[in-house]
Write a protein that binds this ligand. Sequence first.
Ligand code: NAD
Length: 355
Amino acid sequence: MAKKIVVIPGDGIGEEITNSAVAVMKRVAERFSLDLEYEYKDAGGTAYDKFGVPLPEDTLNACKSADGILFGAVGGDKWDNVEPALRPEKAILGLRKGLGLYANLRPVKVADSLTEYSPLKPELVKGVDLVIVRELVGGIYFGEKCESEQHNGAERAWDLENYSVPEVQRIARLAFETAKLRRGVVTSVDKANVLATSRLWRRTVAQVAKEYPEVELKNLYVDNTAMQLAVRPAQFDVILTGNLFGDILSDEAAVIGGSIGMMPSASIGELTSLYEPIHGSAPDIAGKGIANPVGTILSAAMLFRYSLKEEQAAVAIEQAVDKALNQGWRTADLWHEGLKKADTDTMTQAVIDCI
Ligand code: NAD
């Protein structure tokens, strides 16, 4: 039976980059004889214009029965004055909630041909190949909060951080499973020297680790992790962490790669998962056909790996991207004298030709 992929182009460059990724998926499906069908749905500003809401029921329902979801990006100046509850970006939160997307996977892999774009010295970023596994629906972002109250004669506000053992077990298992497919090392990041939630986190992760004797577990405080990412990023394989620390560390790690257009991500759910580049809808270049499609193409590779369990297809896409880069192809965001300049379609074709 054909596997159903829901494609949500969204706004801005979303359509251009998802078209590229689907073209690559079709090529790899052909090569590995995989039967995939694609269903296109609206979300974001485009959906707001058509239906008055950023996430139509029809889109959410299609996603619920999908084997995987490929998402472009949403948002743009056009919808700046839309009331907050109906803004395009609300589609992302609606999908996270509606699909129970509890984990965010952010790989950072720096190809040798791209070390020059990193703000770190090339010798530091050479060989960086890590994944951050971030808990996405718990912790301080979703805890009880108080915007303002009087306490001992002063105004104060507070946010409550809490994690339950099952929440930590679920994300920890995903990190260990991810590590099994990679180099087999999980670094769990917390602040156990100060926070009670971190101590429960550390204890629970250690328990889960016993189910995975083939994976090595290391523990690191979040402040030290932030430093290590800047001084020796190549030491990491899988970084496992909570919502708040993961939010900050994944942006720090993304910068190491040097280009926002190259970075994929996955949001993992119990039933289905969503794959999207880390960048936004880039309204400044939308419609010009010059967007870098690689972040979305690599997101499609993650879809093959994590949702369709087609590791060979995932690797074929990743190797094709590396090959196209080694041949000198670069979109405008990364191009300089001496390299081959590609628009979105040319870059896509260069990758397809390498599969
Ligand atoms: P952005 O990521 O869209 O763009 C930042 C800069 O990076 C721009 O100069 C853009 O041209 C460039 N850029 C981004 N992706 C690129 C690509 N693939 N190729 C070449 N250049 C690329 O961030 P922004 O400008 O802050 O946000 C624009 C809109 O996107 C806003 O409405 C924002 O809310 C939304 N947004 C959506 C998502 C999402 O859908 N997940 C994420 C972030 C921002």
